[in-house]
Unconditional design. Structure first.
Length: 232
């Protein structure tokens, strides 16, 4: 039997062309890999399945993709909120990311992307005999409205209680009230861009020690008094 080292004699990577068209080729490959591992070797955290990997390990498993291409593809998927990242490592110096998939966001993104591309192809062909150009325009407007609606769903302003609860879960020292007031005053923007994930922003504050709650004079005096009582 004829054979070649360039043809499949090992586990191939399968993914749907529709997925690659919707999110991009490299993104589709990574998504399919993450999905496969989530089915086989997931780790459970906060009621969700996760897998973890470093960029170096990604490159070793996908040698045809550079680390730069992998980082770019993962960033694209994070920006679209299709994959979720966290750090559940016990050691604070371990920056290996944990990954999970938001399957609902993925489906919506691919469906809208496919719909927009289909309408674009129809627009290039032109209206058929007896068709109404106004109908095509209305359909395009509806698709654009749907796409805008999905992007709106990406971010919802948190309540003060939600931020407090999240900060308590992470046991950080971020002042939830200061966090809310800061972003209410600037229209919920990070730099010049609209905020996409308030939890990720809290984690950035946590790492940068921004907005840490400072000890009040009363709290300081009370703490010193308690320390003095302990010494006695």
């Amino acid at each position: 039997m004829d054979n070649s080292k360039y043809l499949i004699n090992e586990d191939p990577i399968f993914f749907l062309p529709t997925l690659a068209v919707g999110v991009g080729l490299n993104e589709a490959i990574l998504l399919q890999k993450i999905h496969g591992w989530l089915q086989c070797t997931p780790k459970e955290h906060v009621g969700k399945s996760w897998i973890y990997n470093s960029y170096k390990s990604w490159h070793e498993q996908l040698p045809f993709m550079s680390e730069t291409a992998i980082k770019r593809a993962i960033k694209n998927l994070i920006d679209r909120e299709i994959i979720i990242t966290e750090n559940f490592n016990k050691n604070s110096f371990d920056k290996t990311l944990w990954y999970s998939i938001d399957y609902e966001k993925l489906s919506k993104f691919v469906e809208i992307s496919d719909s927009v591309k289909s309408d674009h192809r129809l627009g290039q062909i032109g209206p058929s005999i007896g068709s109404n150009r106004t109908d095509n325009t209305n359909n395009n407007d509806n698709n654009n409205d749907n796409k805008k609606e999905i992007y709106k769903e990406r971010f919802r302003k948190p309540t003060l209680e939600e931020v407090k609860t999240y900060c308590e879960e992470r046991n950080n020292n971020v002042d939830a009230e200061y966090f809310i007031d800061h972003y209410e005053s600037n229209g919920w923007k990070v730099g010049k861009n609209p905020m996409k994930d308030w939890k990720a922003t809290v984690r950035n504050w946590e790492r940068s020690k921004i907005g840490e709650r400072k000890e009040t004079r009363y709290e300081r005096e009370r703490r010193l008094l308690e320390e003095m009582c302990k010494d006695e």
